[in-house]
Design a protein around this ligand. Structure first.
Ligand SMILES: [Zn+2]
Length: 355
């Protein structure tokens, strides 16, 4: 285990330099002349529970504009097919056409009550880990499982061991929608186990606009310190960003933490959208130390908006990027045009696959 941890620590620090340019992290089975492998580390699995998937989406979300927009955009309502099965089909099609080597498929755990039991009334959406593993098993050449474990659940440690045994090397926590304070000392043991199992911990940070928030302060990057102090490799999803109207501004907190913890990364998921233009720009204008710690993520199925970046890219480039109908490809192409795409996707692959 020590050797494994030392190897990841070494690679993490190596990855944050210009080391990637030498492309020395190619898996041994990859021929030397092939390009390094790439990963989108933030792709959502969704479902409404049709066909026994176990997924749930609360009624207010199902009736909301964003949900209906995604249904129409991905043409998820097809006669003779469940929404859940159709979503998997569209996702697999888009992954195949994305140009990326792999995508990480995210589950979403429930809210838990004080006794560690699921609180369905407060759970806005839910994607069970069993369903994540079932979907990934059907597309194992291109999908990695990222189950979700709320540390508040009574059986969190058993679920962690179970997910690890099934091959997961990533896990996701969404504090503002799952109502969990990951800075609470009682979770130190959970994070120590994550570290011992060499599981990369993805945590939502920054402001959430796609699901009901229980407490926005739970998304503060400073709350990652407990997990980092236990030795975990942590990915701050969305890098602590928000809209220009959001308060407090959590981005400086993420950047300060990045400088203190070499095993902290940020992902670029949802940063290609209109609301994040300002904060994505702030990240891109930071020194190499910050940019070299960003991992590519899309936040599929939420689409990127290249037109919003016309001032940075030029109107014609933005217009051309807008034409792309594959959402994963569109997001990746936008980030490549912004100078942060391919290297960040290669870093993501390395962080997720080195174990
Ligand atoms: Zn997300």
């Amino acid at each position: 285990m020590t050797n494994v941890l030392n190897r990841r620590s070494f690679l993490a620090s190596a990855l944050s330099t210009s080391w990637l340019a030498s492309q020395s992290l190619m898996p041994s089975e990859t021929a030397a002349c092939e390009p390094p492998l790439t990963l989108d580390i933030h792709v959502h699995l969704f479902g409404v529970g049709e066909g026994g998937t176990g997924c749930r989406i609360a009624q207010p979300i199902r009736e909301g504009l964003q949900f209906r927009y995604v249904l129409a955009l991905l043409r998820l309502q097809v006669p003779g097919q469940t929404i859940d099965a159709r979503y998997e089909e569209v996702l697999a099609e888009q992954v195949r056409g994305s140009g990326l080597s792999q995508v990480a498929i995210l589950g979403q755990d429930a809210v838990y009550d004080r006794s560690g039991q699921p609180d369905w009334a407060r759970t806005s959406f839910y994607v069970p880990n069993d369903y994540v593993f079932a979907v990934v098993a059907r597309h194992s050449e291109s999908m990695l499982a990222c189950p979700s474990i709320n540390p508040e659940r009574a059986d969190a440690l058993q679920e962690l061991a179970c997910c690890h045994a099934k091959g997961a090397r990533l896990l996701k926590i969404h504090p503002p929608t799952q109502g969990v304070n990951i800075a609470d000392r009682k979770h130190a043991q959970f994070f120590r186990c994550c570290c011992e199992l060499n599981m990369v911990v993805l945590v939502h940070t920054g402001h959430e606009h796609s699901a009901p928030v229980i407490d926005k302060h739970l998304a503060a990057p400073s709350r990652l310190e407990l997990a980092l102090d236990q030795g975990c490799t942590v990915v701050a999803c969305h890098a602590g960003t928000g809209w220009i109207t959001d308060t407090p501004d959590q981005l400086p907190e993420f950047v300060a933490l990045l400088k203190r913890y070499p095993k902290l990364w940020g992902d670029t998921s949802v940063l290609g959208t209109l609301g994040r233009v300002r904060d994505f720009g702030r990240l891109l204008e930071h020194e190499e130390l910050v940019r070299s710690r960003l991992l590519h993520g899309s936040d599929f199925p939420f689409p990127a908006s290249p037109a919003a970046f016309a001032a940075r890219l030029g109107a014609e480039s933005a217009r051309q990027l807008e034409q792309e109908t594959n959402l994963l490809k569109k997001d990746f192409a936008l980030k490549e045009a912004l100078g942060i795409g391919r290297a960040s996707a290669q870093r993501g692959y390395a962080v997720a696959n080195v174990c």
